[in-house]
Design a protein around this ligand. Sequence first.
Ligand code: SF4
Length: 88
Amino acid sequence: MDWRAQGLCLREDPDLFFPVGGINSGLAVLQTDEAKAVCRRCPVTRQCLAWAIDVGPVEGIWGCTTEGERRAMRQRSAREPAATVNAA
Ligand code: SF4
């Protein structure tokens, strides 16, 4: 079964995973926290995060991370090629 079919976000409002407003806006912070709380309970967080990192820049909360957090992970991985998400 494809990991996407197991994501808990399928039971949530999709808009929750695409916070509105600037990164420091109150609503965006609340939405991000709420979406990450769902991701933390999700059985496929690891697969979701690996996909989101592999696919490149993609908006929204995936695998319990924001795009900014994933960008930082990609940059770290580029500096330290031996470190990968799957090795965590
Ligand atoms: S980790 Fe989060 S975004 Fe990914 S499938 Fe699970 S609930 Fe959805």
